[in-house]
Design a protein around this ligand. Structure first.
Ligand code: GAR
Length: 214
């Protein structure tokens, strides 16, 4: 059984999608929020999952917050730490501690639109396709090896709300998929900084580049 710790800051719909996926071999050991008022905590409690708060406002500096957060995470012996709408920039020390077992979902097709307000920026840029990315976390923000991406069209009458809703549907598909691959031991980080997924039906040695969802 692999222990999963999920970090949230708000509504927690991606966390909920992962919990509801009931991935064989995965145990959601804890949901941790940096905000006491995060809506997703209620869902975790109702599911009987350990729900914890490490309030970033209680710490004078990023380093102290990350150390307290790591202590709470490690109390649940995580095999995988999942950032699901966790809106804090993490220190290099924190990222290194969980290297290879820390993943994030970002609401754009990285490397386009790292950072905040991705849907608004996609609309302003006039792109025809937008989407979401699950990636391993590395010290550079929104820049780690890509596990899986999903693409959605940008429609002529889209606004931020309609576009983000379309992307969110895909987030709820690809994040449980990425966690499932990890739990099944089917993800491999390559020396070149990419990710391969084990697929017995693929040619050669059975390792392939993850497909794009659309
Ligand atoms: C999601 O769209 C996720 O991609 C985004 O926050 C939202 C959280 O929604 N994450 C980031 O922007 C990280 N930089 P949720 O709380 O309902 O899962």
């Amino acid at each position: 059984m692999k222990n999963i710790v999920i970090l949230i800051s708000g509504r927690g719909s991606n966390m909920e999608a992962i919990v509801r996926a009931q991935i064989p071999g995965a145990r959601i050991a804890a949901v941790i929020s940096n905000r006491p008022d995060a809506g997703g905590l209620d869902f975790a409690v109702r599911q009987g999952i350990a729900a914890r708060v490490v309030d970033h406002k209680a710490y004078p500096a990023r380093e102290a917050f990350d150390a307290a957060l790591a202590e709470e995470i490690d109390a649940h012996s995580p095999d995988l730490v999942v950032l699901a709408g966790f809106m804090r920039v993490l220190t290099d020390a924190f990222v290194s501690r969980y290297a290879g077992r820390l993943i994030n979902i970002h609401p754009s097709l990285l490397p386009s639109f790292p950072g905040l307000h991705t849907h608004r920026r996609a609309l302003e840029a006039g792109v025809r396709v937008h989407g979401t990315t699950v990636h391993f976390v590395t010290p550079t923000l929104d820049c780690g090896p890509v596990v899986i991406q999903a693409v959605v069209p940008v429609l002529a009458d889209d606004d931020e709300d309609s576009l983000s809703a379309r992307v969110l549907v895909q987030e709820h598909r690809i994040y449980p998929q990425a966690v499932r691959w990890f739990v099944e031991g089917r993800l491999q980080l390559t020396a070149a900084g990419g990710v391969r997924v084990k697929d017995e039906t693929a040619g050669l040695d059975g390792w392939t580049v993850p497909p794009v969802e659309a």
